[in-house]
Structures are given as structure tokens and as C-alpha cells.
Design a protein around this ligand. Sequence first.
Ligand SMILES: *Cc1c(COP(=O)(O)O)cnc(C)c1O
Length: 414
Amino acid sequence: MKESDLLHIAERFGSPTYVYDAEKITSQYERLTTAFQTVPKLKLHYAVKALSNLSILKLMKSLGAGLDTVSIQEVQLGLAAGFNAEDIMYTPNGVSLQEIEHAAQLGVKINIDNLSILEQFGSKHPTIPVCIRINPHVMAGGNHNISVGHIDSKFGISIHQIPHVLRIVELTGMHINGIHMHTGSDILDIDVFLYASEILFKTATNFKNLEFIDFGSGFKVPYKKDDIQTNIEELGQKLSVRFNEFCQNYGKELSLNFEPGKFLVSEAGSFLAEVNVVKQTTSTVFAGIDSGFNHLIRPMLYNSYHHIENISNPKGRERYYSVVGYICETDTFGNNRRISEIREGDILKFNNAGAYCFSMASNYNSRYRPAEVLWFDNEAHLIRKRENFEDILKNQVEIDLSPKKKKKSVPKEV
Ligand SMILES: *Cc1c(COP(=O)(O)O)cnc(C)c1O
């Protein structure tokens, strides 16, 4: 889609607004399936938490994806979007046995990531198949915030605890249908990923009735111009060979599953915000926009880089700016950014705004969450209205705080 399309969207739907390009989502989906085309059974479960709008889920369904969900509400969203229960994987962490039972009752695939729940679930429901989430203790990326495979991680069952898993499986008679790992966002090093995969294969040989092996996600996408990204094609080529070999030795054609979130939607998203004020101080020029970390928290929470462009004045002379929000806290989107001259009223575009942006938005400062627009078939479709004041009041219960009057004793009529 063109920048003029984005400007029209900002004019038509107001600001701030999230825009998603369906074509980019589709091409990313196809890139991944093409990379693994030699695997007979490949299943991509889109990670709902990245961007959970119903229309996005429906788009994923039309592409042939299943869903990866981390809460019962995400399961319900998937069902509401028309997915079959068996195409939804439920991969929670730290939830109650009751919630897992609820998901099982809805018929979705269950993934369990701790021994306590595995034993309880297996004892009560030995006939319901479950997948187990393994922690292979492999560091991907190297940033502790986003690597979930390392030794201190709260995610998964340690590979060193496989003997205990086997004991539980034997004693309860439960059926393990899949082995799963998700080592966290940002796979840079394909060899690290392949190494973790070998651990998964080795673990898998302990279970005789598997239907799938799930390699999670963590595909890195570029945020900056010359960022390194996961070489999906190389990974596809190498892992496909190993997977097909494994299936041959295992004696059964298993399904190879992935759970991409960021890879499918990050680059498809743009966040549009209007410049309220340009403020010159003794040390910098601030561009203050009509948004803040209530709408896009990644720069403040993870120190993430989101490229910012001025689409109202793309040919303007470039200057250095600090782009900040309107929240009464220091909410900086970017410092020392070279952007073509910013004037009050201009529309700024933030790139990579598809994944973990709207889905992490809040009402902090009692602001409305933004509108969402899907660019599909060369047309803009509103897929979520901007909130309004009623949404801020919704669920608040007003009580009577006036001082209690002393009850007058009313003389009884005689
Ligand atoms: C968040 C999550 C994903 C998606 O990760 P991305 O980095 O967005 O691709 C996949 N699987 C599980 C279990 C997750 O929690």
C-alpha cells in the first residue's frame, strides 16, 4: 500500500489509527509455507496474542492457518472467528487446572508446561490427549527478557525432567500427542534453533503415539533498515530435511507445526498519529503526538525500535527529533531520529506496528484505544472503532457516597 493510502486513512478514520496490510500478511504466510514445502504435513498456528482482531483471525483462517492461544479468552475469540476447535492449540503458562479443563471441554488441543498440572490433568482425564511443552535450555537471541528456553525460565518442562514425565504418563495412562518448544522471540542463529530441534527430536522418541512436533516461533523480522532477520529459507531447507528423516525413523508422518506471531503481522502494521505540538527546548526538538505508551508500549517496555516517518511531508528537509507522547510520564518513542521536517498537524507513521502493539494497548490517562483498519483488496476497512467515553465508563459502578442522614423517627399514627 502507498503512503497516500495511509494519509487518506488518517483523514477518513482520524488519529491515532492502526493500519494492517492484508497483502503483507499473506506474503509472509506464503514465504513460510514455501520454505517448508518439502514437509508433507505443515501446520502454522498463528499466535493470537500478537494481534487479536477478529478480522485478522479470519484472514489467517482464509490462508489455512490454525491458531496458537494462551488464554481461554483467546480460545473463545478463535472459535468466534470460525476456527474448528481442533485447529486451535492452547499453550498457557501458569493458569489453573480449571481453565485447562474448560479449554479441553471446548475441544482444542491442550499443551501442558508443568509436571503438577500434567499429573492432575492426566489422573482426571486420561483419555484426552495432551502435548507437552519442553524447555530445551537453549538460549535464543541472548536477551533475557525474550529468551524463554534458558535454565531459569518459567516456561516449559525441563528436558532433565523427562523421566518424571514418563512416569506420570505410565501411571495415568494418558496419551501424549505432541512435543512442543517455544524458545522465545528473536531467533538469529539458525544453528541454535537446529540444535534445540535435535533435543526435541530426541525427546520425541520417548513417545510412541505422537501426531505432531511443534517448534514454536521466534522468527526475527527487521525493525531497522539493515537489521538481520531470520533466514527462513535456509531454516526451512535444513529443518525440513531433518524433520523428514526423523519421521522416517519414527515410522510415522508427523505434522511439523510452527506458531508465528511477529513474523506474520509485525511488518504489515503501521501506526498513524498526528503531531500536536513541536516544542523546541535548549537541548532538542520534541515532536509531541496524539498518542503515548497507552497505545504503543514496546519502545518504553522493551526498548524496541520502531522506525518513524513523516508521511505528510516526505520531501521536507531532515532534522533530528525526539518523538514523544501525550501521557503524563516520560513516554519517548524515539530519540535523535532523523525525520523530514515535522509541522504541527503532520501525520507520523510508525513501522512494525502489527505485532504486540494494539494488543498491548490500554486506557491509561483515560484515553481511548485507537481504531484499527485493514487494507484488503485495495480498500480500507474499519475493523475496530475508536473507543469513546462510554467505554471508559463501562463496568464502573457508581455508589452513593453522600453522608448518611440520621434516620428520623417518624411518629406512628395512632
Ligand atoms: C508469543 C508466543 C508465540 C509467538 O511468538 P512470536 O515471537 O510473536 O512469533 C508462539 N508461541 C507461544 C507459545 C507464544 O507464547
